[in-house]
Structure formats: structure tokens, C-alpha cells
Design a protein around this ligand. Structure first.
Ligand code: ATP
Length: 377
């Protein structure tokens, strides 16, 4: 943002919307091109290429240690890639022989500890990102941002006076107030309890949509990723495994580990003969190209549903656990060694010890080659 002495009401409104709404910004295109980064002998990110489209909200999702934060830190300019390039609207930010420091990248950062400055008032915390503006103007814009997140009444208070959720909303206001083209967020809701997390998440999503900044958000929670993201980048062992909409990843996981990451699964192994696999749960199509060999059939607990007596497959219910709307049952089926987990509506749940009939809902079934490579390198 250019330094100025007096931005005037019109420009102030343009920068931070009218009547306390967040004004729009020009969203940025963020591109990683074959980016790799190691810490000593530990590879953290390996050959990752991805594009965050302008105005898109995308999640980097994956288990602990898979390289999500490292990728975000490279985007922010806190870490440098060992190889590959980072581009921002087509301009190289990091690459062989080029490195643009964080303060010249027009990005907003929000990390899990959201570190507000304890010695600054809430208003000054938010105004901190507007250092290039005269103090009066910066504070006026910061106040509008606080209004937007419903916290203007705390402008003169200090961070320790606020709850965790309120502090998080201040951090959000502080991050978006300079109108970054790209927001980078690392587990921004992980410090909040479940109920608060949902409301702060909804608020954050609304504000991001209003500002129209592109946003790359790190999470290890698939439910959070599906609730927030236009697109998900699934990572494992430093690599990008799958990219797509939440529905793509949930309904068409690229491998067994990706399916497991999104939900519990029951797994039944079997032999593929002539492109099909015959199991006690039924006959399923093998993955394309797999004519013979071993395969695993994965069925989500909600993919095994109650059937009418005599239809489908019979099982013995050995355990039931009430979960409110649903009951989680353990069911033994003939020909399968371990009990399978079945999730049924509490209105229609069998009792423990009862024999019951079940059918398989194919949209919750995935078949993969058994032992297909899921490797670290
Ligand atoms: P989490 O969800 O636990 O934060 P992550 O997916 O964000 O994990 P990273 O923090 O990017 O993963 O770490 C990727 C790998 O790089 C891990 O093996 C980690 O131990 C290693 N690593 C990250 N930062 C450093 C560092 N500064 N020094 C040494 N190793 C590091």
C-alpha cells in the first residue's frame, strides 16, 4: 500500500467498505512450481506444484508433519524453497536467484497462536498493519474492521481482556485490514473449543468472501477443510497427493490412505478375477486396469445400511453405541474375520445380539489394488 498523508473518506471506504462491511480487494493468483524444501536431511516438501486461483479459498490438508506449514511459510516468505519457484500474479517471489521479502508480498498472515501484541490496545493491534497510513486514518479504518467483526466496543481494551474467540476475531480483522491479495492461515481455529470454532469459522469464511482475497488455509481436520474450502490440496509425506473440490476428494479418493483420511472405513481384502472382486459383502468392480491380483474393498460405516429381512446380507450385531442421531454397531458377517462398523439411524437401529439384514450403498465403496504403493519417497 502506498504511503499517503490523507486518504479521505472515499478512499477509506474503498479500502474498508462502506458502513463497516469489508470492501473488495484484487484477489491474487498464487503458484507453486515444483517446490521442494528440506531441513537438514528431513524432506519437508517434495516437488509440489499447485495453483491458488484468485478469490479461491483452498485448504492444505494432511496429517501432522506432511509439510503443510512449510509450504505456507514458503508462500509467506518466512522460508525459502531449496528448488522450484513461487509466483504471485505471474511475478516470481522466490526461485533460483530471486527472493522477495514477506513485507513486499501483499499477503495477510494468521497463524495458530494469533499473537496479538499484549501491550497494544485492540484498536492499535488492528491498526498495526496500516503503518504506512497516518495514525488517525489507520485507527479509523481499524475501527471499521472491528465493527465488522462485532468487537468495536473493545477498541480501547487490551488482548488479555478478551476471550480466545474474540482475540481470534481481532487477529482476523488485523490480517485483512491492509487488504491483502492473498491470506495465509495456519490452523487458525485450532486453539478454540468446538462450539466457538464453528462460529469463528463461519465468521472468517464470510469475511474472506467479502474481501475476495484468495486464501490458503492449513488444517489437519478433513471436516473443517470440507466446510471451508472451494478446493482441497491433500498432502502426505511432503507431496501433493490429490487436489479437487471437497466432493471430489470425499467421493473419489485417489488411494486407500486418502479414503481413510476422510472417514473411518471397513476393509475387506479379496482376489481380483477377470476385473471383479468377490467378497462376502458382494461382487465389486476392480480398479480400471486391474485384471488379476489382490484388492481391498473399503466401505464407510454409513455405506452399510439396514435392509428388509431376507434381502442383502445377514449379520450378527455384537455391539451398539448410541451417538445421538446415529447408532454405531459392530456387526459380524459370515466369511469376514473382524466385526465391521456400521452406522445406522437411531430410529432404525438393531439391538445388541440381534441378527439383522444389511445392504451396501455403492457411493461409499472404494476398491483399490491391495498394497498399492503409499511410500515416503
Ligand atoms: P503439523 O500439522 O504438525 O504442523 P505440517 O504438516 O505443517 O505439520 P511441517 O511443519 O511443514 O508439517 O513439517 C514438515 C516436516 O519438516 C516435518 O518432518 C518437520 O519435523 C520438519 N520441519 C519443519 N520445520 C522444521 C525446522 N525448522 N527444522 C527442522 N525440521 C523441520
Amino acid at each position: 500500500m502506498k504511503p499517503s498523508t490523507d486518504i479521505g473518506t472515499d478512499e477509506r471506504n474503498a479500502r474498508w467498505g462502506q458502513r463497516g462491511t469489508a470492501g473488495a480487494t484484487f484477489a491474487g493468483l498464487l503458484e507453486f512450481e515444483n517446490v521442494s524444501k528440506a531441513f537438514g536431511r528431513t524432506p519437508a516438501v517434495m516437488d509440489v506444484s499447485l495453483k491458488l486461483h484468485p478469490g479461491e479459498i483452498a485448504c492444505l490438508l494432511g496429517p501432522s508433519g506432511c509439510g503443510k506449514t512449510t509450504l505456507l511459510r514458503i508462500a509467506a516468505g518466512i522460508d525459502k524453497p531449496d528448488s522450484g519457484r513461487l509466483l504471485f500474479d505471474g511475478q516470481e517471489m522466490a526461485g533460483p536467484g530471486k527472493f522477495v521479502p514477506p513485507e513486499r508480498r501483499n499477503i495477510g498472515l494468521m497463524f495458530q497462536d494469533f499473537a496479538l501484541f499484549p501491550h497494544l490496545s485492540i484498536l492499535d493491534n488492528v491498526a498495526f498493519g496500516l503503518k504506512n497510513l497516518p495514525r488517525v486514518e489507520a485507527r479509523s479504518i481499524a475501527l471499521q474492521a472491528l465493527e465488522r467483526v462485532g468487537l468495536a466496543r473493545y477498541a480501547a481494551s487490551y488482548p488479555h481482556h478478551l476471550s480466545g474467540g474474540e482475540q481470534q476475531r481481532v487477529a482476523l480483522a488485523r490480517a485483512v485490514v491492509p487488504r491483502p491479495q492473498v491470506m495465509l492461515m495456519d490452523e487458525p481455529f485450532s486453539g478454540l473449543d468446538q462450539r466457538l470454532r464453528e462460529s469463528v469459522r463461519a465468521e472468517t469464511l464470510a469475511l474472506l468472501r467479502e474481501t475476495r482475497a484468495s486464501c490458503l488455509l492449513v488444517t489437519h481436520d478433513p471436516v473443517e477443510a470440507m466446510g471451508l474450502a472451494d478446493r482441497i490440496f491433500l498432502m502426505r509425506y511432503g507431496r501433493l497427493i490429490q487436489a479437487g473440490t471437497p466432493e471430489d476428494l470425499y467421493r473419489r479418493p485417489v488411494d486407500a490412505a486418502a479414503a481413510r483420511f476422510f472417514s473411518d472405513t471397513n476393509e475387506v481384502k479379496g482376489k481380483v478375477v477377470d476385473g471383479v472382486i468377490n467378497t462376502p459383502l458382494g461382487v465389486f468392480q476392480a480398479p480400471a486396469g486391474l485384471v488379476a491380483g489382490e484388492a481391498v474393498v473399503m466401505v464407510r460405516p454409513q455405506g452399510i445400511t439396514r435392509a428388509r429381512h431376507g434381502e442383502g446380507i445377514e449379520g450378527l450385531v455384537t455391539e451398539t453405541r448410541f451417538q445421538g442421531d446415529d447408532v454405531r454397531c459392530s456387526v459380524i458377517f459370515n466369511g469376514i474375520d473382524d466385526a465391521l462398523t456400521v452406522l445406522v439411524s437411531a430410529l432404525n437401529a438393531p439391538a445388541k445380539g440381534q441378527a439383522a439384514w444389511f445392504k451396501i450403498d455403492l457411493q461409499h465403496v472404494f476398491v483399490f489394488e491391495s498394497g498399492a504403493a503409499i511410500t515416503k519417497s
